[in-house]
Design a protein around this ligand. Structure first.
Ligand code: PHE
Length: 341
């Protein structure tokens, strides 16, 4: 019997597993259910009583040796695996991740929201496909007004007319119809006009329009609000100028210019040597419009203004061609990544 035990011990000691699979077979061979050591325990009953204790001790010792060997190599293999995984080659090029950036039009729109939210304006949205009432009639457009012409408007259906909205003033109508003054909101979104696409104009562009209705709102309030906006948007030094103009839905109406921030008013290419750049239309809401929307024009008055975001963005970032905003060319867009809004 001693021979057998000695033989098992020798084979175990001589065994050096090269990986986990070999270690596993070793475990099965010696300590498995039918393993060599396990089956020795079954032989206990055949051993003469006086040798049994000694035999038991030896077999237990063998079991211990086997287990130690298994534990030792198991840990060794685990450590090797861990080291392999955590090896870092610092000479390899890094994986650069590119941050996404905001579109320049979004940056400018958010800036406008921010400026008006600070003085209590909310932001409103409305549908891009509009009926004649919200886009034209409620806003005092006479039936034969040229802006209704097929030239300018993308009609979806005729009689009754359904069209892609030509301005975000349609949202203002919806706001007036559904809310009681005081109303203080800016309306933002895409608008559509059937125009030839050039460096300066596009058939799709974005507008932000403002509306303020309350008791005793005056032209002085409008001017002050726009002055605040121009300075916040373009810098403290910015001057504004209001020129008389015409819109069907405002009376009186005006167009606002800002002093050209490129030449400081001296005259340059961008301001066509006038020192001024036109940025928005505005005026006092026509009493007819208030009445059309269910607001008593004897009690309430209000002002409205509207601006094109592309024009504003071109002025701020000196981009020459409006088409760049719609091409999604990453070489163009990535230049705005460092601006945050
Ligand atoms: N809706 C006008 C446009 O699209 C802009 C505007 C809005 C003018 C409000 C005056 C008042 O050009």
């Amino acid at each position: 019997m001693d021979e057998l035990l000695k033989n098992i011990l020798d084979r175990m000691e001589g065994f050096v597993p090269s990986d986990k699979t070999e270690l596993e077979s070793f475990k099965v061979q010696f300590l498995g259910k039918k393993g060599e050591i396990t089956s020795l325990f079954g032989k206990m009953k055949d051993i003469p009583a006086e040798q049994r204790k000694d035999f038991g001790l030896h077999v237990n010792k063998l079991k211990e040796v086997a287990q130690q060997k298994i534990d030792f190599y198991f840990e060794k293999f685990e450590n090797e695996l861990f080291e392999e995984k955590s090896k870092i080659d610092f000479s390899l090029p890094a994986n650069f991740s590119h941050d996404g950036g905001r579109h320049p039009l979004s940056i400018v729109t958010n800036k406008i929201y921010d400026i008006f939210e600070r003085i209590g304006f909310s932001v409103s949205y409305g549908p891009e496909i509009e009926d004649d009432w919200h886009n034209f009639s409620a806003l005092n457009f006479a039936k034969e007004h040229p802006a209704r012409d097929m030239q300018d408007t993308f009609f979806v259906e005729k009689d009754p007319d359904i069209a892609l909205r030509t301005h975000t003033s349609s949202i203002q109508v919806r706001i007036m119809e559904n809310n009681k003054p005081p109303i203080r909101t800016i309306c933002a979104g895409r608008v559509f006009r059937n125009e030839t696409v050039t460096a300066r104009s596009h058939c799709i562009f974005h507008q932000v329009e403002g509306l303020y209705i309350d008791k005793k709102v005056s032209f002085a309030d409008l001017k002050q609000t726009l002055m605040y906006f121009a300075k916040e948007m373009f810098g403290e030094e910015t001057k504004i100028r209001l020129r008389p103009s015409y819109f069907p839905f405002t009376e009186p109406s005006a167009e606002m210019d800002i002093s050209c921030d490129i030449c400081g008013g001296k005259g340059c290419n961008l301001c066509k040597y006038s020192g001024w750049v036109e940025i928005l239309g505005c005026g006092m809401v026509d009493p007819n419009v208030l009445e059309n929307c269910g607001i008593d024009s004897k009690v309430y008055s209000g002002f409205a203004f509207g601006m094109g975001i592309e024009r504003m963005t071109q002025q701020l970032y000196k981009t020459k061609d409006i088409r760049m905003f719609f091409e999604n060319d990453i070489r163009f867009l990535s230049q705005f990544n460092s601006f945050n809004a």
